[in-house]
Design a protein around this ligand. Structure first.
Ligand SMILES: Nc1ncnc2c1ncn2[C@@H]1O[C@H](COP(=O)(O)OP(=O)(O)OP(=O)(O)O)[C@@H](O)[C@H]1O
Ligand SMILES: [Mg+2]
Length: 503
């Protein structure tokens, strides 16, 4: 039995926005948490990546906004600026017909400009912890009328050491508020800390055997550190992703990888916490538009990002823990679409793969690293397909004379072979140099290391920066989890897969 949005008892303004957004039916996490949200219950919501957690908290939150009241009534806290912007865009769309006002507030943006926007009386604020606290201390935002507070990617914020900031924010919100906590991963210790902020919370965990969605096909490739880059470029040539994200372990790695990919002729750029806000925003925008095909990122920079068209995720460096793995590969296979995830492992890191498989309860298939010949073969195949489609379009009158002349001079096979060679993108041998990364250690064997991992995560996040502003709105129609999407790589057919995919 699947509930409809109508059956959830939403107002006509929200129904109108939801239909404009193209949502046909609520996802399981939405069906379960929207009623609780409307009843003012505290909720810990855990559901797989890309299954619509934003609207799961967004719909009841906006439904409860009182348009006669000019104060801030709801606050959403998110770990990164990009995510704050993305969530505020989704809330803007949900509240479009109700005309509720939402404002993103994040570090790196001019504070005076934010103060001016705050004077326009937003009903909802979506912010990063540091900047929110800054405004609370300056008394430029007052939270005394807030009835709903959401912590999106709660586990990440607590991992990053934001717990004190969050406690301070919460102490400025009336205690009779509703508190909602969302993430695809919610490790037990985090859940216990979270309960400290909440009153009798309902745990809504969408029943899923695996932590990852089944529409992402997962592979691992065993390869040596020094060979990883060639393996990556061959895979890019063979799989020819629409949009791909490559994850590197450190900021240096991300910089080196995006430079190396560019040298080899791919359009690639990197994002991580040390880049300016303006640079991060422009890179993301270019990636969404398809001007760059490969985004190289650190874990933190990509948490929660929803970019349609990401067909492939490459873990160039194996993720440090199963949670990062889940969030990384979850940048593809969103809203019922298919995706592929490839994880590179050096022989010494094989136990990490086992640990990830155990925790996520999913299996990674072994993939053999492709050879140069396979990469050329696949590029050649693409040329042949291009030639076929041009032949079929039969628009060649202008070229036929030259063809005849060439054929008088050379053998037909030789002429065609030369044309194919000319059009085929051969692997580029420009030498690139990457600094070696030490092999990752398995968390399960190093239980006491979690604090060092906190430092790593925190180090990736940049609390201050400069410039930048919110992104635009994109039109999106008739999206349903039953979407019949086959991506360019032609991986697993996903026809008619509805929400049952997350059961
Ligand atoms: N009911 C629905 N029908 C169709 N598409 C939906 C529905 N709900 C949400 N979506 C779309 O699905 C995509 C993923 O949603 P969202 O970003 O909220 O996922 P998430 O669960 O928060 O993932 P993550 O764990 O990675 O943060 C978005 O583009 C969103 O607009
Ligand atoms: Mg999310």
């Amino acid at each position: 039995m699947t509930l409809t949005f109508q059956e959830l008892g939403l107002s006509s303004a929200l129904m109108q926005s939801i239909s404009k957004m193209g949502f046909e039916e609520p996802s399981p996490i939405q069906a379960q948490t929207i009623p609780l949200g409307l009843q003012n219950k505290d909720v810990i919501g855990q559901a797989q990546t890309g299954t619509g957690k934003t609207a799961a908290f967004g719909v009841p939150l906006i439904e409860k906004i009182d348009m006669k009241n000019e104060s801030i009534q709801a606050v959403v806290v998110a770990p990164t600026r990009e995510l704050a912007i993305q969530v505020s865009e989704e809330l803007y769309k949900i509240g479009y017909h109700k005309r509720s006002r939402v404002l993103p507030i994040y570090g790196g943006q001019d504070i005076n400009r934010q103060i001016r926007s705050l004077k326009k009386n937003p009903h909802i604020i979506v912010g990063t912890p540091g900047r929110l606290l800054d405004h609370i201390n300056r008394k430029t935002i007052r939270l005394n009328a807030v009835h709903t507070i959401v912590l999106d990617e709660a586990d990440e914020m607590l991992n990053m050491g934001f717990i004190e900031d969050i406690e301070s924010i919460l102490s400025n919100v009336p205690s009779e508020r509703q508190t909602l906590l969302f993430s695809a991963t919610m490790p037990d210790p985090i859940r216990r800390i979270a309960e400290k902020f909440m009153k009798d919370p309902e745990l809504v965990k969408v029943k899923a055997k695996e932590m990852t969605v089944p529409n992402i096909t997962q592979y691992y490739l065993e390869t040596h550190e020094r060979k990883k880059f060639d393996v990556l470029t061959r895979l890019l040539d063979i799989q020819s992703p629409e949009l791909a994200i490559v994850f590197g372990r450190t900021k240096r790695r991300v910089d080196e990888l995006s430079e190396a990919l560019t040298l080899r002729g791919y359009t690639a750029e990197g994002i991580h916490g040390d880049l300016t806000q303006a640079k991060r925003m422009s890179t993301l925008r270019k990636f969404k538009e398809g001007t760059i095909e490969v985004l190289v990122a650190t874990d933190v920079a990509a948490r929660g990002l929803d970019i349609s068209g990401v067909t492939h995720v490459y873990n160039f460096d194996v993720p440090q823990d199963p949670e990062s793995y889940v969030h990384r590969i979850g940048r593809t296979g969103r809203a019922g679409k298919t995706g592929m995830a490839m994880t590179f492992v050096t022989p010494r890191e094989m136990d990490i793969v086992k640990n990830i498989e155990r925790t996520t309860k999913s299996k990674m298939e072994r993939m053999k690293p492709p050879t140069v010949d396979e990469a050329i073969e696949s590029q050649q195949q693409m040329t042949v397909e291009k030639i076929r489609s041009i032949v079929e379009s039969d628009n060649l009158a202008f070229y036929k004379r030259t063809a005849e002349e060439l054929l008088e001079e050379f053998d037909a096979q030789v002429v065609v072979a030369a044309a194919i060679k000319y059009m085929t993108k051969e692997p580029n041998a420009v030498e690139v140099k990457l600094t070696d990364e030490a092999p990752a250690f398995s968390r399960s064997k190093n239980k006491g290391r979690s604090s060092s991992s906190n430092n790593r995560r925190r180090g990736d996040y940049n609390r201050s920066g400069s410039g930048g502003s919110g992104g635009g709105q994109k039109k999106n129609n008739n999206r349903s989890y039953g979407d019949r999407d086959r991506n360019k790589a032609g991986n697993r057919d996903n026809s008619k897969r509805r929400y049952s995919n997350s059961k």
